[in-house]
Design a protein around this ligand. Structure first.
Ligand SMILES: Cc1cc2nc3c(=O)[nH]c(=O)nc-3n(C[C@H](O)[C@H](O)[C@H](O)COP(=O)(O)OP(=O)(O)OC[C@H]3O[C@@H](n4cnc5c(N)ncnc54)[C@H](O)[C@@H]3O)c2cc1C
Length: 469
């Protein structure tokens, strides 16, 4: 397949309807909406907006819960800038894939699979755009792996003057190009509008997924081996219980792939038997979708039932093992609308943080029908990465969108902050540049911004709050 023939996502029809985030956490009407068809048009729109004194902000899929994509100026959709531009195989077996910035991860995954390639790691959904996902530090799980921004090797970015600049991670450390690369690959869009991103991808691989309910205490007692001995380890803990659903995904052997690819071809599914398939559907429904929506509606109507509901949900989940292509294992569907806060913690702080959260939930009797999600990442060196410089455990708290979340999130945030936590840039939090400066080189970020965007065209209220104006 010729990569340049990749189907492009059609841009939404122009509309005056307000824009809103996936979680309905923010609603806004920009002064203007533009969906450029190529880099030249994108540059002209950005330069024109700046000349008019309007600010500019691109939006991907609108899946951030924060106001990262909100603007009162020019709203850019990059949906027309979609698809793969180039694939360059490397001597070490990886490939450098240059992808237009508006490409959705699900479209990218499909094309990569058709080329025998895959992203090294992914988050738990694939609806985001490539640019939006990297710009907020989107991550998956894996103690030896970093977030999506660590897979970026180069960018093309449209500056406030409308010019396109290429920046590579191979540029000399300390050079203006390398510094632009740092802020462009993870910087909430303050270094300009990304038009293309070069990602390092790997040969396609399959994962063996093992999902098992465990007592939470067993997970915490064996935490280091649980995390370090698996390629991708995570777990979901049900508030008010001491039960967790563990998920361990590891590279499948050639024999496993051969056996399961035959089963997939035969059954058009990942499950070998009808019983196992029913189990998988039940689990996905219990944790993410139809039955889970029912559970949440019951919780909304009768919050007093939540402890019982969580206990039933935790018990309803069964053990299963299956083998499937990596993207099919990483990605789940999320049909139940929720709001979310996620913090990156020093890994060693995890156990104490979960104990405190458990104590608060029991003392407050706060009704929380959503499990707490725990994932892991290696330390990295990306300037604004939440895993910068330390082995990280991510703890995410969710609440069903119609139910109150303020008390829960506020209590969780105090616990996370006291443990040295860093908020996910795309998920709810109340932190500001004043205290985030202890975690990130915000002066270096400000220097890059001053060089590429002296008039502040790419600012919005959220970037002013978290990065400084
Ligand atoms: C159901 C759900 C599941 C999620 N799962 C995960 C997960 O597993 N792991 C995780 O880490 N996060 C997860 N997230 C968070 C999500 O990955 C991030 O919020 C991500 O930024 C959303 O991508 P987007 O394309 O929707 O970006 P948007 O929210 O639209 O934008 C995010 C930021 O990127 C900027 N931006 C967008 N396009 C460009 C561009 N072309 N150039 C410059 N800047 C740009 C925007 O201005 C904004 O600042 C999840 C969110 C939801 C709703």
């Amino acid at each position: 397949m010729n990569p340049s023939t990749v189907a492009r996502t059609p841009a939404p029809a122009a509309s005056d309807a307000p824009l809103r985030t996936w979680g309905a956490t923010h609603t806004w009407r920009p002064a203007r909406r533009v969906a450029p068809h190529d880099e030249g048009e994108l540059g002209a729109v950005v330069a024109g907006a700046g000349a008019e004194g309007l600010r500019v902000r691109a939006m991907g899929a609108g899946h951030s819960f924060t106001a990262a994509a909100v603007t009162d100026g020019v709203h850019l959709s990059l949906d027309h800038l979609s698809g793969i531009e180039a694939v360059a195989p490397q001597p070490d077996g990886t490939s450098l894939v240059t992808v237009r910035a508006g490409t959705r991860l699900h479209a990218l995954n499909r094309v990569l699979a058709s080329l025998g390639l895959a992203m090294r790691n992914l988050g738990d959904i694939d609806r985001q755009s490539v640019a939006g996902a990297i710009s907020t530090g989107t991550h998956g799980t894996g103690a030896r792996l970093g977030g999506l921004a660590t897979q970026v090797r180069g960018v093309r970015v449209v500056g406030a003057d409308g010019a396109v600049r290429a920046a590579s991670g191979a540029a000399a450390p300390g050079s203006p190009e390398r510094e632009l690369f740092e802020v462009a690959r993870l910087g909430l869009g303050v270094a300009g509008v990304l038009s293309a991103v070069t990602l390092e991808v790997v040969p396609a691989f399959w994962l063996r997924a093992q999902e098992e309910p465990w007592p939470l205490d067993r997970v915490l007692e064996q935490l280091d081996e649980y995390v370090d001995e698996n390629d991708h380890a995570e777990f979901y803990w049900f508030p008010g219980t001491r039960r967790a659903l563990t998920k361990r995904n590891n590279r499948a052997t050639a024999d496993e792939v051969a056996a399961w690819s035959g089963a997939r071809a035969g059954a058009r599914g990942v499950m070998r038997t009808a019983g196992a398939r029913a189990r998988a559907v039940l689990d996905e429904e219990v944790l993410s979708n139809g039955a889970f929506e029912v559970v949440n509606r019951l919780a909304f109507a009768a919050p007093g039932m939540v402890p019982r509901l969580n206990s039933v949900s935790a018990r309803a989940l069964g053990a299963k093992t299956y083998v499937a292509p990596s993207a099919d294992v990483f990605v789940t569907r999320r049909r139940v609308r929720f709001v979310e806060m996620e913090y990156a913690l020093p890994r060693a702080a995890l156990r104490g943080v979960l104990d405190e959260l458990d104590a608060w939930l029991r003392a407050s009797a706060e009704p929380v029908p959503f499990p707490v999600e725990v994932r892991f990442a290696a330390a990295d060196d990306v300037w604004l990465s939440t895993a910068r410089g330390r082995e990280t455990a991510y703890v995410a708290v969710h609440q069903y969108a119609p139910m109150p979340h303020q008390r829960y999130f506020s209590a969780a945030e105090q616990i996370f902050t006291a443990a040295g936590g860093r908020p996910h840039w795309g998920k709810m939090h109340t932190r500001t540049a004043a205290d985030l400066a202890a975690h990130y080189p915000l002066d270096d970020v400000a220097r890059v911004r001053a060089a590429v965007d002296p008039a502040g065209v790419f600012r919005n209220d959220y970037t002013d709050t978290v990065l400084g104006s």
